[in-house]
Design a protein around this ligand. Structure first.
Ligand code: EPU
Length: 419
């Protein structure tokens, strides 16, 4: 198990290339199950979650080839039961339910449990499958979906926490091969949902409205193989923007999409950072004092829950009182106790964090708990006095391609140690 040691105090400067999006690549890879023909997906990031998805596809009988960032999947003959051993490692495995149901009219997947960021039910995914005519059975820790045929329907996928990203993906992937028209109301508007829809359209699906709250799908008889390049990872890009805001002089992100990052660049500008964007680049300059912020996480186009922990790390050393409310995963605050061990002054009141900025954090041994919390600890370590030792970094490798090497290329001083 590796650990990361961050020597604080370095100044970041220069440019960094953003990788393909993890949360786009995962459902897109699952969507390759919808056709017998080969699909070629490029800009697939090299991450452990992607590795689990490729292993899962192989276990289901797909031929999978990977050459650096390009993955070819041929799902000619497939099984419809996903082994528990892989599913338990990655919650996003649930997004094979939709394509398997769409193509084979049946699927069995272990029910994902809760995870460190809270209780993560899939009731809305299942409600969507039922509306398309599937029977849902939860038995012995597995969820089984089964249909003699799938029929288009009007479905509202909103939960009390807002829209569901993988739920929208799953129902969309089942509906593309259903008989007739499906209308998804309360759909997630995230760029990753749009990316999946664009890939499905290349495969021959008829989809309108992806990126809005209403998606309309006209079922087709079958889909064919297609080629697709995954969109840039907006959360990786956002994490580098905050790294630069904390310890940067001037940092440019290359191969990113500024339009996907407005809900983050807006607050960063409000906090006093200078940001300029052109085509697929964003430059951030950190040359003054930062101002505190009041933010709440919301589904896209709101401020992303996946940036909340990293924003806490920045506001921990921003003079004044900042307030963050977490609406998407109200319990997603595992990083707070660790940031407090580094000297942050943060009080939790339910799903709200009240952050009283301190002048400096101090390095300490800390524990990574989930992906974004771990990234927040790296960011805290960059600005801390002394050395921060982050244990259990496998969490960070689930979602960031070589974060240590990329930050070091900007001037950070981070070591990765094999334990
Ligand atoms: N929800 C339900 N019932 C459902 C589905 C969701 O109540 O059937 C609730 C969830 O408990 C949560 C809210 O709805 O409170 C939103 O969850 P959503 O379904 O949108 O989350 P997800 O699709 O499982 C994806 C990302 C997460 C990201 C969330 C929110 C992937 C693989 N994962 O999860 O990414 O936080 O959307 O934007 O796309 C990460 O990358 O670190 C990560 C956790």
């Amino acid at each position: 198990m590796d650990k990361i040691i961050v020597h604080g105090g370095a100044t970041l400067n220069g440019s960094v290339r953003i990788s393909g999006s993890k949360n786009s690549a995962l459902p897109i890879l699952a969507a390759t199950l919808l056709t017998k023909e080969p699909c070629i997906i490029s800009r697939v990031p090299d991450l452990s979650d992607i590795h689990y998805m490729l292993t899962l596809l192989s276990e289901l009988g797909c031929e999978v080839e990977r050459a650096s960032g390009t993955v070819t999947v041929k799902a000619e003959k497939i099984l419809t039961e996903a082994p528990y051993d892989i599913v338990r490692k990655m919650r996003a495995s649930v997004c094979i339910l939709g394509p398997l149901l769409g193509r084979e009219k049946k699927a069995t997947v272990s029910l994902p449990g809760g995870c460190i960021i809270g209780d993560r039910p899939i009731d809305i995914h299942l409600k969507g499958f039922e509306a398309l005519g599937a029977a849902v059975l939860v038995q012995a820790g597995n969820v089984k979906v089964l249909a003699s045929e799938l029929r288009g329907a009007t479905i509202n996928l909103r939960s009390k926490f807002g829209s569901t990203v993988l739920g929208t993906d799953n129902v969309m992937m089942a509906a593309v091969l259903a008989e007739g028209t499906t209308v998804i109301d309360g759909a997630a508007e995230e760029p990753e949902v749009v990316d999946l829809a664009n890939f499905l359209i290349k495969m021959g699906a008829k989809i309108e409205g992806a990126g809005t709250r209403r998606i309309i799908i006209e079922g087709v008889k079958e889909l064919h193989g297609a080629e697709h390049a995954v969109i840039p990872d907006r959360i990786e890009a956002g994490t580098f923007l905050i790294a630069a805001a904390i310890s940067g002089k001037e940092v440019t992100l290359k191969r990113t999409d500024p339009a996907h990052l407005k809900s983050l660049t807006g607050p960063l500008i409000q906090a006093g950072l200078s940001i300029t964007s052109r085509r697929d680049e964003i430059t951030i300059r950190a040359d003054g004092t930062r101002r505190p912020l009041e933010l709440e996480t919301m589904p896209y186009p709101g401020f992303p829950t996946d940036m909340q922990a990293q924003m806490c790390a920045m506001l921990a050393t921003t003079a004044g009182i900042s307030v963050i409310t977490e609406n998407v995963f109200p319990q997603r605050y595992m990083h707070v106790a660790e940031l407090k061990r580094m000297g942050a002054n943060i009080e939790l009141q339910g799903s709200t964090a009240i952050i009283n900025g301190v002048a400096k954090l101090s390095g300490a041994p800390v524990m990574a708990s989930d992906l974004r919390a771990s990234a927040a600890l790296v960011l805290a370590g960059l600005q801390a006095e002394g050395t921060t030792e982050i244990n259990r970094v496998y969490h960070i490798d689930r979602g960031y391609e070589s974060i240590d090497e990329k930050l070091n290329s900007l001037g950070a001083n981070i070591e990765r140690v094999k334990v």
